[in-house]
Design a protein. Structure first.
Length: 111
């Protein structure tokens, strides 16, 4: 995720099939989905939400992030200036990185 949140306009990826190197404009990347068993910090906050994308897609999941107590709300995480992409856990090992520029709204589950 750190690579996607850098300030340089392009990111480089090595693709296996076909075997080639690709340069992607970070602003044009809408979302990236991948499988991983990330180690999550014990101090991570668990924030349940649904992300409503501009294309109508809904991404429901959990944001698991270690946040300082004074900025531990979903609102605070969404407004972090240094992150262009949000990391949301769709299930135990499926992660979706979402470009904040393509988000219409974020909703909380009914309590």
């Amino acid at each position: 995720m750190d690579i996607l949140n850098r300030s340089e306009p392009f990111v480089v990826f090595q693709v296996d099939t076909p075997n080639e190197i690709r340069f992607y404009n970070r602003q044009s990347i809408i979302r990236i989905e991948y499988n991983d068993k990330d180690a999550i910090a014990e101090s991570a906050q668990t924030l349940y939400c649904t992300i409503h994308m501009m294309d109508g897609t809904l991404v429901e999941g959990t944001i698991k992030e270690a946040l300082p107590p004074e900025h531990a709300r979903l609102y605070d995480y969404l407004n972090k200036q240094d992150n262009r992409f949000l990391k949301i856990y769709v299930n135990d090992d499926e992660i979706c990185l979402i470009n904040k520029s393509y988000i219409n709204q974020v909703t909380l589950p009914d309590n």
